[in-house]
Structures are given as C-alpha cells and as structure tokens.
Ligand binder design. Structure first.
Ligand SMILES: Cc1ncc(COP(=O)(O)O)c(C=O)c1O
Length: 390
C-alpha cells in the first residue's frame, strides 16, 4: 500500500529555506545533511503554533517544567534512572553541548579519544579548541558490523588523556553498541579516569538491537558521563534547535556551564513546545516514520546488492544514514564524481576522519522515488565511466 511519504510535495521541500536542497542547485538530488524530507508530526506543528499565539516572552531559564518532566520520563523509559530536573541542562542544540563538554572537561593540549569514522563536529570541537584528537578507527569485525578495536583504544591512552567522546547510536556507521561493548568502554573509562561525553541523539531511530544509555551501565560511570540528546533526529525539527545535557554528576554540568557562560542563550520557546509535543504525542508518528525508513534502508541494500555490488554497505542498525565504501571502484574523488556525473550529493567520507577517502555517507530519509532515482543516477554514471560492474 502506498505511504504518504511516497508522494512528497517536492515543491514545498525544495528551496532556499533548506540547506540540503539549495547548496548544490536545482539539478542535484541531495542525499547528504541529516534531516528528513518528510513533513513534521501534526501535533508538533500544532503545539508550536499554539505556543507562538500565546506568549513568546522569556521562558524560565531552566526550561519549561513540562518539557523537563517529559525528558526525564523518556530517559527513565530507556533505562536512565535516578535523575531529577537538576540533572538536566537545556542547550541551544546538541552541537553546542558537544563543544561545552570538551571546553568544560578538558584543557588546551589534553588528549581526547573518539572512534572514527564519526560525526564531524566531534573532531572539529577538538581541533577548534586545540585539544589533541586520538582517533580509534572502527573496523568491520567478526560480527560483520563496524566494531570498536579495544586493543587499539588501549594503545591510545597516555598521561595526557582526559576524555572519551562516544556516539551511540553511531553516526555514520549506524551501529547500536551492545551492552557488552558499552560495559567494556565503561570499564576502560573508569580505569583511566576519563570523562565521557556520549551523544545519544539518534536513540529514537533504532531498527535492530536495543538502545542502552551509556550512563545506565553503572553508577560509577554515570558520575563521569554527560549524555547529550535532543529532538531533531527522531522528530525532524533541526531548524528549531533544542538539546539537553544530562548528568548524574552536577559538577560536570557546572563545568560545562562555566566554560560557556554568556554564550549559550536561553531556551527557545518554539523548540521547547515542539519537543514537549513530540515526546508526549509523537510516538505513533515516530513508529510510522521509523517503519518507512527501515523499508528505505532495505530497498537501498537490495539495490546495491543487485546493481552495484562493488559498493560495500553494511545496513545501519539505527539512523537514516548509510556508510558506503566506494574504494573498490578506484575513483579519484568519488564525492565530486557523483556530484558532477550523477548529479547526486552525498557527504564526503574524509570529513568523518582521516583514512576515509573513498567512503560516502548517504541519507535515505526521503521518498522511495527520490531514493530510487538517486541510486539509478549513480548506477548510470558508474556504467558510463566504464567501471566494471557485475
Ligand atoms: C550525532 C549527532 N549529534 C548532533 C547532531 C546535530 O545536532 P543539533 O542539530 O541538535 O546541533 C547530529 C546531526 O546530524 C548528529 O548526527
């Protein structure tokens, strides 16, 4: 049966208000920056309109109490217990929280470990503020999935190592780390007395496996952890902003606040209204959207398997991102090739860490028709190039 997302109103989606659809021009199908082409949940739209028609003066500095309670209930349902409103700090969105954690918990010259490939602002937050990145490359392991190399992780530690930045579910590999993996990471962080920033923004879009909040692994590791999340991935509200830093340890939030005093601004009333409505009324919309995304993920897998087997792809367990390995095709600059010859824009792999040239990230949160057309364009461009294709 057709789904409403099969026939999106493309004229309403394209245009200068969308960076995704405007950056590369009219001819290009953009499957890059991480937002969805789908309309927002109706209850969210109504809640924003209602809030704007009521009052848009200054909100309470800590945020709307109703939102804080909804976040606490959401976290508790996922297994993060023992939190009160004092354990939450609303941030303007999630990326400022990443930067605040780095600024608050480390100093210039400190070493910080993160798995790569990873969402580029993890790396930028470190280089922008002169922290030293110790990158731990993930590799496809015996499970057939991208796995953490724990031996390599251990070899990165020095007396200057202060912090671990973790992304779970992981952007761009789509991994949902198992309890066993998280326990090993927790043990590692505790043994080396590291602070941990875990970005769990994608936790609402899991297809396989279970999202386990890192700070729920043990009370000891919770004392060293700040968890970041927000509404924008699950509910497609990126342009509104809104995020939260969560920690059982008040010292962590105090240090983040001190490091960013005067620059975080106050919570945005439209973002809070949207987020509250999403948490309170958005579950049916989210489930429907997740099902559509899962089917897109499987469609992509089938297409690549039958038409482009040279492109390696491990289906993500979460997110609407596919991490594609084009290296076997030996194209000098794959991103540019696809942009110019296929008129399809993906994200360039090397922005996710060094040694990822030849990888590209594809965002499949669009209608099945747009996804199919983009894939057919890629296939045609590769065939026209004379590349060997099965
Ligand atoms: C892991 C991760 N964190 C943060 C963000 C951005 O969050 P925000 O727009 O709330 O700053 C993204 C966006 O793709 C992301 O993938």
């Amino acid at each position: 049966m057709p789904h409403p997302y099969d026939s999106l109103e493309m004229a309403a989606i394209k245009g200068p208000h969308s960076v995704k659809w405007s950056l590369y021009g009219e001819e290009v199908l953009p499957l890059w920056v991480a937002d969805m082409d789908f309309p927002v949940c109706a209850e969210v739209v109504q809640a924003v309109a209602a809030r704007l028609s009521k009052r848009i003066g200054y909100p309470q500095g800590a945020g709307d109490p109703e939102l804080l309670e909804a976040i606490l209930a959401q976290q508790e349902a996922m297994g993060l217990k023992g939190l009160g409103r004092e354990n939450l700090w609303l941030t303007t969105s999630v990326v400022p929280g990443i930067y605040a954690s780095v600024l608050g918990l480390t100093s210039v010259g400190d070493e910080v470990i993160t798995q790569v490939p990873v969402y580029p602002p993890f790396l930028n937050a470190l280089s922008d503020y002169h922290r030293i990145t110790r990158a731990s490359p993930m590799a496809i392991g015996p499970s057939g999935r991208w796995e953490i190399d724990f031996d390599h992780l251990e070899s990165l530690v020095s007396p200057a190592t202060r912090m671990l930045l973790l992304c779970n579910p992981q952007n761009p590999t789509g991994r949902v780390f198992t309890r066993g993996e998280l326990q090993r990471l927790a043990e590692f962080a505790l043994r080396h007395r590291l602070w941990v920033m875990v970005d769990e923004l994608w936790a609402g879009l899991v297809y396989e496996g279970e999202h386990i909040p890192f700070a729920s692994i043990s009370p000891e590791v919770a004392q060293r952890t700040v968890t970041l999340t927000g509404p924008c991935k699950a509910f497609n509200t990126a342009g509104l902003g809104g995020g939260v830093a969560i920690s059982h340890n008040p010292e962590i939030l105090a240090r983040m606040q001190k490091a960013t005093r005067g620059v975080m601004g106050h919570p945005n009333v439209a973002a809070m209204a949207a987020w509250t409505a999403a948490l309170q009324h958005g579950q049916a919309w989210l489930e429907d959207t997740r099902n559509y995304l899962r089917a897109n993920r499987d469609f992509l897998g089938e297409f690549l398997h039958t038409k482009l087997p040279e492109v390696k792809y491990i289906p993500p367990q979460a997110t609407y991102l596919a991490w594609l390995d084009f290296r076997a095709l030996e194209i000098e600059d794959t991103h540019r090739f696809l942009l110019e010859k296929a008129k399809v824009a993906l994200n360039e792999g090397s922005t996710f860490g060094t040694n990822f040239k030849g990888f590209l990230r594809l965002n499949f949160a669009t209608s099945r028709g747009v996804l199919q057309e983009a894939l057919e364009r890629i296939e045609r461009a590769l065939r026209a190039r004379g590349t060997m294709l099965a």
